[in-house]
Design a protein around this ligand. Structure first.
Ligand code: GDP
Ligand code: GDP
Length: 455
């Protein structure tokens, strides 16, 4: 089985260097001058036991005029069309630049499968860039050093499952994949951007029923339409003035008359949907809640930094509701401690009961996920936390926490300057994360906290 991987990204992030490493010959020119390589370039690549075709999209000159965006877009789009998987590279040392966001947006809309690589990640200079990379909404970045060959095992680990199912996925849905041909948009989130939702869960949890019920109740803006991933379908809706877009699900496939084979989404489809969503609704079946599959997907959503809402479906079948709810909450806390405080909503997709609360929980979770705390509030808070429970003093020297700042949202990410980050126990970081969660009302959202030494 063979597949094509395109390496895309703005000039000078190290695409050609990685291309060379994968191809093993000096096929592409590498130079400090941006854009030395002229056009798309193909090579036969090898990584672990994978053999594939790699495309290098270097060839973009840095320019300040508008034509750069156009050329960048065209070249990237061409590569995306040719490729099964795209490796989107940023330079972790320079962090996320506006041009990176433009690429991210193109890829989010057009590419079947995207892997995010943060290159030049050797050494500490890359730390902040790695954290920032989460902002791109393309999942967890892989720390790479194309020059030093670091991160290749991780790249292989991420690539392998993506290309494993490739043969099966070559069955094309009957609906045309709509390739939007709009302008490159600024990828910074705005209020008018639809809130992106994925509904995931084991087969027969009731995903189709839920979507169809929602489709029946809400004002449909567009859809069902194909988009983003090769076989994902989405609908756009209006929830009392909040534009939302729901991805995937077998239900929409039925509506779009896609062939039977594709109707039941596999777990891996669900996993992929997680990558594109902002809020992930994990739909459980009340009769078999918190199955292994459910736990895995909820955990993935958390690790990918998505806001998570747990919805327990088929509530109409439950007779001992009070007792069951208590039991569910206990199980939730025990089995998914990493999602502490995430909303748990009971619904009946069949009757529509509880859907209002589900919509509210989704909108709220999204809000929390986007929350920004001011630096002054944060530092007042940090002082209080330290006073209440000072950090330990290994070998007689008290670890000092000097300053905290929020470096990102979606999900919220914080950096605390620390005199000895390596010595600070994990339990203290947890204490701070739980404090942030409670004191700034951020239930259920993943919170990233990094300790950094000064200087
Ligand atoms: P492209 O324009 O994206 O194809 O980037 P190149 O592959 O031409 O690399 C641009 C510059 O970054 C060159 O000077 C490379 O030597 C350097 N570079 C590439 N990968 C790394 C890396 O992992 N670490 C560091 N520090 N520099 C790198
Ligand atoms: P999917 O595989 O997750 O898309 O699940 P479906 O939507 O196809 O539903 C699987 C089965 O569960 C079907 O027989 C549905 O009628 C049933 N179902 C879905 N939601 C509910 C619900 O809220 N209550 C009850 N009693 N049955 C439901």
């Amino acid at each position: 089985m063979s597949f094509t991987l395109a390496i895309v990204g703005r000039p000078n992030v190290g695409k050609s260097t990685l291309f060379n490493r994968l191809v093993g010959k000096r096929l592409a020119l590498v130079d400090d001058q941006p854009g030395v390589t002229r056009d798309l370039r193909e090579g036969a690549a090898r990584l672990g036991d994978l053999r594939f075709t790699v495309i290098d999209t270097a060839g973009l000159e840095e320019a300040t005029d508008e034509s750069l965006q156009g050329r960048m877009r065209k070249l990237t789009e061409r590569a995306v069309e040719m490729a099964d998987v795209c490796l989107f590279m940023i330079d972790a040392r320079s962090g996320v630049l506006p041009a990176d966001r433009t690429f991210a947006e193109i890829l989010r809309r057009k590419s079947a499968k995207v892997i995010l690589g943060a290159n030049k990640a050797e050494g500490r200079a890359a730390e902040a860039g790695l954290i920032e990379a989460f902002e791109l909404g393309l999942g967890e970045p892989i720390a790479l050093s194309a020059e030093h060959g670091e991160g290749m095992a991780e790249l292989l680990a991420v690539l392998t499952p993506l290309v494993d199912g490739m043969a099966a996925e070559q069955v094309e849905p009957e609906v045309d994949v709509l390739v939007e041909d709009g302008e490159v948009e600024d990828a910074t989130p705005t209020a008018s951007k639809p809130l992106q939702i994925a509904v995931v869960g084991r087969p027969n949890a009731g995903k189709s029923t839920l979507i169809n019920q929602i489709l029946g109740e809400d004002r449909l803006l567009t859809g069902p339409e194909a988009g983003i991933t090769r076989d994902a379908i989405s609908v756009a809706m209006d929830w009392d003035g909040t534009p939302v877009r729901i991805f995937d699900t077998a239900g929409m496939r039925k509506k779009a008359k896609v062939q039977d084979k594709l109707e039941k989404l596999s777990v891996s489809d669900g996993l992929r949907a997680v990558k594109f969503a902002e809020v992930v609704v994990v739909l459980l079946d009340v009769e078999i809640p918190f199955e292994q599959q459910d736990l895995r997907i909820a955990d993935l959503a958390e690790r990918e930094g998505r806001a998570v809402v747990i919805a327990v479906n088929k509530w109409d079948l439950e007779e001992e509701r009070q007792a069951k709810l208590k039991e569910l909450k206990e199980e939730f806390e025990r089995l998914l401690p990493q999602l502490r405080g995430a909303p748990l909503v009971t619904v009946s997709a069949k009757t529509g009961r509880g859907l209002d609360r589900l919509r509210e929980a989704i909108v709220k979770a999204h809000e929390v996920w986007n929350r920004r705390v001011t630096t002054s509030e944060l530092n007042r808070w940090l002082a209080g936390m330290i006073e209440m429970h000072p950090p330990p003093a290994p070998a007689g020297r008290r670890i000092k926490l000097r300053y905290a700042t929020q470096v990102k949202t979606r999900p919220p990410g914080f950096v605390v300057m620390c005199s000895a980050p390596d010595k600070l126990p994990e339990s203290y970081s947890r204490y701070l994360v739980n404090g942030l969660r409670e004191d700034f009302d951020m239930p259920g959202t993943p919170i990233r906290l990094t300790m950094r030494s000064q200087g």
